[in-house]
Design a protein around this ligand. Structure first.
Ligand code: ADP
Length: 537
């Protein structure tokens, strides 16, 4: 019984209510039993129904008296009866209070009119004079089940729509790269030939707008690729120092232009992780640190901590207000304070969060307004590999060979007409001689004319079967020397991930290609050609 005479007295003392008599109490109990919201039945150890309350009428359509003495099977749909015997014996051997069919998703009961309903059943065994009985509370869960199913369907639909949105974004931003690439190249070409200062100023403004469009497009493509599940990390041995060296090369001119000390602490730590994604994670954090720091320094440190590794990117910049920290990882969220103008699109940290999730790392940001920000990436111990103990070298300054004055011939292979024409125009204005091909097949003919000192600039995705890299490898085999090449791709991370053996004398650049990066790559490879010539002499 639920209410003991003791508990009744105590509550009476507190509320000043008159005490219930035993008769009243018994009546309440009877009432509760008869009209409980659940159908209640009791069966004996022979599986016979020995008690049924009034609610069975609403739930099963039987009067209680119609059930008494009947086997329990009367309430179980025919198709479940063969298994039911075994379940009941198992329960009777180990009787305990529990929810029936907790591991079964579909539990059904049979009504008097032959229809079935989804049932929720709770069992409570008890003994009277050593004889085992089981009380069962049964309710119709059809409605709840329907609501659950609707919720599940709605969630599946929302997830599908989200994936479709991500795929659409990925495709749209990928396709937008070609025209953007064309506009970028044409802008650079025009800036080269237009003498009028006013027109040059306009071209400069246009160039800046193109750059922010390219940044937005890259960020959109990154986040949609990450969210659509298209990216699977591939772990390899990654010496953190070598990633630092690449990042230094990438960011040193920006840091110098902003008069900020960019400090990479040398480390011997070697990780097992996806190199491209790890680098992308740091790129975004360092990019932010430089963006939001007006003076002082940006420091990148990698150190062992509690068996794992912590990489931190710290700056002496404007900082982030405490009440905004919670939201900075949200897509498109930007802190609009300090009177600073918006410098990004609000996707950088959303990308950081997604990449960290994929890699199994966690990222935390601490900040003090006016003093600086510290982002820490905690990397679990399982990613830490034994270092090969070679002295770790992070070049202090990038050694850039003076650009060769000799401008070799470029073989441009690009299947998008507009991009090819704009690239040709731009490179011709830079003083290069070009041979062009619009497809893999066309390239075969052009490549017959190749001689030492030439260089290939090829799009990676040429047609369904062939890539610019296939073309290059073919060509190198045929002509017997490693002709240098710049390969351009709209999906650089995937391309980099698919390359198993390093490709000598090559640069891989992301589309829409930055014209300065393209010229740098050509100069760099041109210098290699000159060095080879010198070595041969
Ligand atoms: P955004 O493209 O605006 O930089 P992010 O997602 O990378 O977008 O960052 C979200 C916001 O967090 C930024 O708008 C900026 O206000 C703030 N933030 C991120 N990193 C820093 C930092 N190192 N210092 C100060 N503020 C930062």
């Amino acid at each position: 019984m639920l209410l003991t005479s003791r508990s009744l007295q105590t509550s009476d003392a507190r509320t000043n209510c008159p005490t219930l008599t035993m008769d009243e109490l018994s009546e309440i109990t009877q009432h509760l039993l008869r009209f409980s919201p659940d159908a209640l039945i009791v069966i004996d150890d022979g599986n016979r129904i020995r008690f049924a309350n009034e609610t069975v009428r609403d739930v099963f359509g039987y009067g209680p008296e119609e059930l008494l003495g009947n086997p329990l099977e009367k309430l179980i749909p025919e198709r479940f009866r063969p298994h039911h015997g075994a379940h009941t014996s198992a329960f009777m051997n180990h009787p305990q209070k529990r929810e029936m069919g907790a591991r079964i998703t579909d539990l059904f009961a049979l009504r008097a009119d032959g229809s079935e309903f989804a049932a929720g059943i709770r069992l409570a065994p008890f003994r009277i004079g050593g004889k085992l009985f089981v009380a069962a509370a049964i309710r119709d869960t059809t409605e709840r089940r329907l609501v659950n199913e609707e919720l599940l369907a709605a969630r599946t639909e929302a997830e599908r729509a989200n994936r479709a949105k991500s795929r659409f974004l990925a495709t749209a931003s990928h396709d937008l790269r070609q025209p953007l690439q064309t506009v970028r190249l044409l802008n650079a070409a025009l800036s080269k030939i237009v003498p009028d200062p006013q027109a040059r100023e306009l071209l400069l403004q246009q160039g800046q707008a193109i750059e922010s469009m390219a940044r937005l497009l890259n960020a959109l493509l990154d986040i949609s690729r990450l969210e659509s599940g298209a990216i699977e990390p591939v772990e390899s041995r990654v010496a953190v120092d070598s990633v630092f060296a690449e990042l230094r090369t990438e960011f040193e001119s920006l840091a110098a232009a902003r008069n900020i000390d960019l400090i990479f602490r040398a480390t011997k730590i070697v990780l097992s992780t996806d190199r491209t994604l790890f680098s992308q994670l740091l790129q975004n954090l360092i990019g932010n640190a430089l963006k939001y720091t007006d003076r002082g320094w940006v420091r990148i440190v990698c150190a062992g901590e509690n068996g794992g590794v912590v990489v931190s990117v710290e700056d002496s910049g404007i900082g982030i207000p405490g009440d905004k920290l919670e939201r900075i990882f949200d897509e498109y969220y930007q802190v609009d304070t300090h009177g600073t103008k918006r410098m990004g699109v609000g996707l950088g940290l959303a990308i950081v969060k997604e990449v960290a999730r994929l890699l199994g790392f966690s990222v935390r940001i601490r900040s003090i307004v006016g003093e600086g920000t510290q982002a820490t990436i905690a990397i679990p111990a399982r990613h830490l590999l034994a270092s090969d103990d070679k002295p770790a070298v992070v070049p202090a300054v990038r050694v850039v060979a003076p650009p060769s004055s000799r401008k070799g011939r470029l073989i441009l292979v690009e299947d998008n007409d507009a991009v090819r024409i704009a690239t040709e125009l731009f490179l011709k204005l830079e003083g290069y001689t070009l041979l062009t091909a619009g497809s893999f097949a066309e390239a075969q003919a052009v490549l017959e004319q190749i001689k030492e000192g030439d260089m290939v600039i090829a799009d990676y995705h040429l047609d369904d079967r062939n890539t610019g890299l296939d073309l290059l490898m073919n060509l190198r085999k045929r002509c017997g020397f490693d002709i240098p090449a710049v390969i351009l791709s709209g999906d650089l991370p995937s391309v980099q991930r698919s390359i198993k053996v390093p490709v000598l004398k090559s640069h891989f650049l992301s589309k829409p290609v930055d014209t300065t990066a393209l010229l740098d790559a050509i100069h760099d490879l041109g210098n290699l050609n000159v060095a080879d010539d010198a070595a041969r002499k």
